[in-house]
Design a binder for this molecule. Structure first.
Ligand SMILES: [Zn+2]
Length: 78
């Protein structure tokens, strides 16, 4: 099995390719509230477990919800 160089943006319905380990494409990343971007940036690429892993999963779920809401309401982050 070969490692994939790219993954797909995690936003619902988005097929944009993103670099490995990245959650969202540029467009969706920009739709995220600044504090969420910061929080996600802090956890990226780090090995976490236990409570930290749980917190990170919640953070990711929140981020996906936030961009879904922004998409739905037509919010533009830029
Ligand atoms: Zn996207």
């Amino acid at each position: 099995m070969t490692a994939r160089a790219h993954e797909t943006c995690r936003a619902i319905g988005c097929i944009e390719q993103v670099a490995r380990g990245q959650l969202l494409c540029r467009r969706h990343w920009r739709l995220l509230p600044g504090e969420m971007r910061l929080a996600l940036g802090r956890t990226r690429g780090r090995k976490v477990n236990g409570r930290a892993a749980e917190r990170r999963l919640r953070l990711i779920a929140n981020a996906i919800n936030a961009v879904a809401e922004a998409d739905r309401t037509g919010t533009r982050g830029w």
